[in-house]
Design a protein around this ligand. Structure first.
Ligand code: PHE
Length: 428
């Protein structure tokens, strides 16, 4: 089980999903997030610096910075929008930390285009209306050079059109729903997409867990969960498996008894739950209480240290597909973990931190290649990213602005349960 193995991906059907949006007020948008354990020194300049930074952006020196020379001139301002609070708070916090570490390292090496990089960040609170407003502020008021975010596909679907309209490149580190990059030619991602992630989950369930019957439990309010469930089902059936029941819930629900009772009656070998960690933690506890002992299997939305904190033992022996595992022996992974721990009080980075870090580094590398921060030139340079050696794998941006990369499967193992590397699934 622990041996590294390789699986291949056959492209599945790409889903078409509507954008689920909610409109809310602007409250809280500009507040600095309380939680990310990051020093404010690597963060944004005061808002007054923004105009100055932008006014001089075309004067950036074309020559590559001399290594270790202090960056000079006005800062290159980049934006981040993420869920820094709310039930997906670790998504935004981890991403923010990864971005801050990349900025700190870039600035220590002479900056980007010889200039320091600064960050402006807004909390989306996990809300689509807030996400849209945050991106409007970043591109219209703050006039950032590029935008990083969001994590949740639904929120990237809300923010992406604003970047596209404004001609400001956006890179989502971690939104995996296919629709996100279909927004337009200014929207990129550095992660794989859910047709592949669904394939990887189904392949693991059928071939490693030897599951013949699967039940599926879906957060119907998240584009991510709906899309991933569909891709899992498609691939599980294509491999000769049977979907014995599909049950729905709405993120934030507290009682899953009726869905879990139906699932128990259907006698699955595995339960696929492509949701986010807070709900998954609650589901796991209730499933075990109802006497369901079969393994649960999920996607990257499980990736948070909060999952084990909420679920405890109930999540032990379950699995999820992800972008990275902290116990991968790869030197790039281990160097990143060391630097991250030193920066953030010994915390082990999750996949979001690793993806945030990779997204920021890809952006900086594209700026150096473009020799400018002009939106169109920067867009073309990001699109030309090839074989970038990231913490989350080798990243090449394809013609659809997606990254073709491998996925890992991790097991929640040990006491308390923590993600432990099981296998790698390679794309075709
Ligand atoms: N892939 C999820 C989405 O698109 C977000 C996510 C990525 C969550 C990685 C956790 C880890 O909504």
């Amino acid at each position: 089980m622990r041996a590294r193995s390789t699986m291949m991906w056959a492209a599945g059907t790409v889903l078409s999903l509507g954008l689920l949006s909610a409109v809310t007020g602007l409250t809280g948008c500009e507040k600095k997030a309380p939680a990310p354990a990051a020093p404010s020194t690597t963060t944004a300049p005061a808002t007054t610096d923004v105009a100055k930074a932008e006014a001089t952006k075309s004067d950036a020196p074309a020559a590559a910075p001399v290594a270790a020379a202090a960056p000079s001139g006005d800062a290159i301002l980049i934006g981040h929008y993420g869920s820094l609070t709310g039930s997906e708070a670790t998504f935004g916090q981890s991403t923010s930390n990864g971005i801050r570490l990349a900025i700190k390292e870039a600035n220590a090496k002479g900056g980007v285009l010889g200039r320091p990089v600064a960050l402006k960040e807004y909390d989306t609170r996990g809300d689509a209306g807030e996400a849209k407003l945050a991106v409007e502020r970043l591109v219209k008021s703050d006039k950032v050079t590029a935008v990083l975010g969001e994590v949740a596909s639904k929120l990237s679907l809300a923010g992406g059109p604003v970047c596209q309209e404004a001609g400001v490149p956006m890179i989502t580190p971690s939104s995996t729903n296919p629709k996100v990059t279909e927004i337009g030619d200014y929207v990129f991602r550095v992660c794989f997409i859910d047709p592949f992630q669904g394939f990887a989950g189904a392949k693991f369930a059928r071939e490693t867990l030897k599951a013949e019957k699967a039940a599926v439990l879906v957060d119907q309010a998240q584009a991510y969960a709906v899309g991933l469930a569909e891709q899992f089902e498609l691939n599980f059936k294509a491999k000769g498996g049977e979907i014995v029941t599909t049950q729905n819930y709405t993120g934030g629900a507290q009682d899953f008894t009726s869905q879990l009772t139906s699932i128990r009656a259907a006698k699955p070998d595995v339960i696929y739950i492509p949701g986010y960690y807070t709900d998954v933690g609650n589901i796991a506890i209730q499933a075990r209480r109802l006497g369901i002992t079969k393994p649960m299997l999920g996607g990257d939305g499980w990736d948070s240290d909060q999952l084990a904190k909420i679920a405890g033992d109930a999540i032990e022996g379950s699995y999820y597909t992800n972008h990275y595992a902290p116990d991968q022996p790869d030197a790039k992974v281990q160097d990143f973990i060391k630097a991250y721990r030193a920066e953030f009080g010994g915390a082990t980075p999750d996949g979001l931190a690793a993806l945030g870090y990779d997204a920021a580094k890809i952006l900086f590398e594209a700026m150096e290649r473009a020799k400018t921060t002009d939106g169109k030139a920067l867009r073309d340079a990001i699109a030309a990213t090839k074989n970038f050696g990231g913490v989350t794998g080798n990243i090449t941006i394809d013609a659809n602005r997606n990254a073709t990369k491998s996925a890992v499967v991790v097991e929640m193992a040990g006491n308390p349960p923590a993600p432990s590397y099981v296998t790698t699934v390679e794309p075709q």
